[in-house]
Structure formats: structure tokens, C-alpha cells
Design a protein around this ligand. Structure first.
Ligand code: BDR
Ligand code: CA
Length: 331
């Protein structure tokens, strides 16, 4: 079964991996993409997304520009030390000639939710500004979508941008608070599981050795990303935040442990700002059911994710490259 997916992203190296994975997955059909400021500005993220789609032969997927600023502040300028100045590890992607959609990301999400009632999977892998704006635009949104998966937060693990906060949530805590408080069930894919899912140098070499331009571009970008993560893990490798959220959103990988708990976001101006305060007190009793709890927090996986990610991307893009080559030689 192929599920329609709305992707909200701040493209970003691991966002690029998530996008490639979704294009390659037989379980997903990406029906629209919105961008938001986070790793880079929403405008740069949109440009990266258009360029990646063109490289992947998927320029027909519409891309909508989303919020430049978070709900209660101004865009802080991105994370060039993690993703590079251009967001894709200083890799120069061929420029796409495609134009942006004539609607905002929030408008696109609302439209798609009504086009695919009860079927649309919302996958947010950047700050949650667009999703909060869509909730405001159409309060019926929660009843229209199939699921909401968010890469963000930290339940029992430390934060990554502050001791308490994960970057996506910290960039717009007010939006995240609204999204977690809305009338829907949210699957949170926090640092607890994404930092434990690691892509190694051997995986990067496999991507670089591919004849496909998409896997090769991803391999090059990951060189930049690995240098940042070397300071954290002590070896060249990286966490897999966004692609893991993508695989969970389409049901390609299964959580081993994912308790459903109450979760709120700290919107104070103190040191906890941006923290996802998840009620994990059920830990010692095997997480008994909590009445009224609506946030499914993925803590661990049944299987290692990296081999599945790399195989899916390589197989699909090697196939499309061969198809393009034979179409070219037949012409
Ligand atoms: C998240 O923040 C961004 O840097 C990544 O793209 C990911 O979505 C990880 O904290
Ligand atoms: Ca991201």
C-alpha cells in the first residue's frame, strides 16, 4: 500500500536523505512538500528541495514556501556548522528550473488533507511552524489526516542544541506546543532513538560508489555531516534523525518500544525552553496505559535502520539511473 505523504522540512543534509528515502520507498507517495526555516531559511530549504527533486527525476512534486520566522521570534540564521552554509554540506546541486507552488506550506497541507481525507500522513522533520499555522487555518485538520509523525524532542535523552532541547522543537517551541496539544495522536521520533541509529563511513562509501547522481550527492553531503558528528561520536559517522522519522511514518520500520505518554513543550524563557517534557514515569512499570495520553514516543527499534536506508536508496536510484540511460540510448 502506497500512502500519500505531506513532507514538512528544512532541507538540511538529513532532510535530503529523508526525501531520497521517501522517493525510493514503495510505501510512500510524496504528494507535497513545504519548507520552514530551521537548518537554513525556508527559502534556501525550498531551493535545495527543488534541486534535489530535479536530480531525482521528481520535479513534478509541488514544493511550497513556508514560514520564514517562528511564531514568536525571528529566524536565528540556521546551523551552518552542521549542514553547511547552503544546507547541503556545500555540495553544488544542479539548479532546477522548477517554480515554487503558488500557495504557502500551511495552505498546501490543508488542501492535501482535504484531497486525501483520512489518508494523508503528515511528516514534519523541521520546526513545527507550518503545522501550527495549518492548524490555525483549518481547525478540522486533526480529523482529516491519517497520522502525524514529528522528528523532534528528547524524552529521556539529553538535548542537542541546549542541554534540554532538541533543535527542531527549540527553533519554535510555541508552534511545537500547539502541535502536541492539538486533537490528534502524534508520533514523536526523538533524539533517544535517532542518536542511537547511526550511519557509518562504510555506508557513505556505498552511496559514493553508486552510478546514481542522487546517492552520490548524498554521500558527498554526508562527508560534511560526518565531520560535525565526529565531535560527538568520536568517529566519522552520523545520527539519522529525519530519514528514520520518514521510515516510521510510512511503517517501513517498527518500533521496539514506543510508550504513549503525555507530552508538553516548555515555552518558558528559562534553561528548559524548547524541551519536550514527556511523562516517562511509567518506565519502571513497563509503561502502563495512561488515560488521555496521545504522544507515542519512539524509544527504540526492532532492527538497525542504516542497512534498510542505504539499500532502499541505492536500489531505487541505481534502477532509475539505468532506466534514464537506456531511454537516452534508445533516443
Ligand atoms: C533535527 O534538527 C536538524 O538539524 C535536523 O535536520 C533534524 O531534523 C535534529 O535535531
Ligand atoms: Ca530537519
Amino acid at each position: 500500500m502506497t500512502a500519500p505523504v505531506y513532507l514538512d522540512c528544512d532541507t538540511g543534509i538529513d532532510d535530503a536523505l529523508a526525501l531520497a528515502y521517501l522517493l525510493a520507498s514503495p510505501l510512500a507517495s510524496v504528494v507535497g512538500i513545504g519548507t520552514v526555516s530551521g537548518n537554513v531559511s525556508a527559502a534556501v530549504g525550498a531551493r535545495n528541495t527543488l534541486d534535489l527533486l530535479a536530480l531525482a527525476g521528481a520535479a513534478d512534486i509541488p514544493v511550497a514556501l513556508g514560514a520564514h520566522d517562528p511564531l514568536a521570534a525571528s529566524f536565528h540564521g540556521g546551523a551552518p556548522w552542521v549542514h553547511g552554509e547552503n544546507g547541503v554540506g556545500e555540495v553544488e546541486l544542479p539548479a532546477s528550473g522548477a517554480a515554487l507552488a503558488g500557495e504557502s506550506a500551511a495552505e498546501m497541507l490543508v488542501r492535501l488533507a482535504r484531497t486525501y481525507p483520512g489518508a494523508l500522513r503528515v511528516l514534519a522533520i523541521g520546526p513545527l511552524t507550518n503545522i501550527a499555522e495549518a492548524l490555525e487555518l483549518d481547525p478540522a485538520l486533526p480529523s482529516l489526516v491519517e497520522s502525524v509523525t514529528v522528528m523532534g524532542g528528547a524524552a529521556l535523552a539529553p538535548g542537542n542544541i541546549t542541554p534540554a532541547a532538541e533543535a527542531n522543537i527549540w527553533h519554535d517551541p510555541e508552534a511545537a506546543a500547539l502541535v502536541l496539544a492539538a486533537d490528534w495522536d502524534v508520533t514523536l521520533v526523538p533524539l533517544d532513538v535517532t542518536m542511537a541509529s547511526v550511519l557509518e563511513e562504510s555506508h557513505r562509501q556505498d552511496l559514493l560508489a553508486s552510478p546514481g547522481p542522487v546517492p552520490r550527492a548524498l554521500g558527498e553531503m554526508l562527508g560534511y555531516y560526518f565531520r560535525f558528528y565526529e565531535g560527538i561520536y568520536g568517529r566519522p559517522c552520523s545520527a539519522m534523525h529525519d530519514p528514520l522519522a520518514a521510515a516510521l511514518a510510512v511503517g517501513a520500520v517498527k518500533p521496539a518500544l514506543a510508550p504513549v505518554v503525555r507530552a508538553v513543550v516548555d515555552t518558558s524563557s528559562g534553561p528548559g525552553r524548547g524541551q519536550t517534557v514527556c511523562d516517562m514515569r511509567g518506565l519502571y512499570a513497563g509503561y502502563p496505559e495512561v488515560k488521555g495520553a496521545r504522544c507515542r514516543v519512539v524509544l527504540s527499534l526492532e532492527e538497525d535502520f542504516a542497512p534498510h536506508l542505504v539499500e532502499t536508496v541505492l536500489e531505487y536510484f541505481e534502477g532509475t539511473t539505468a532506466e534514464l540511460a537506456s531511454a537516452g540510448s534508445a533516443a
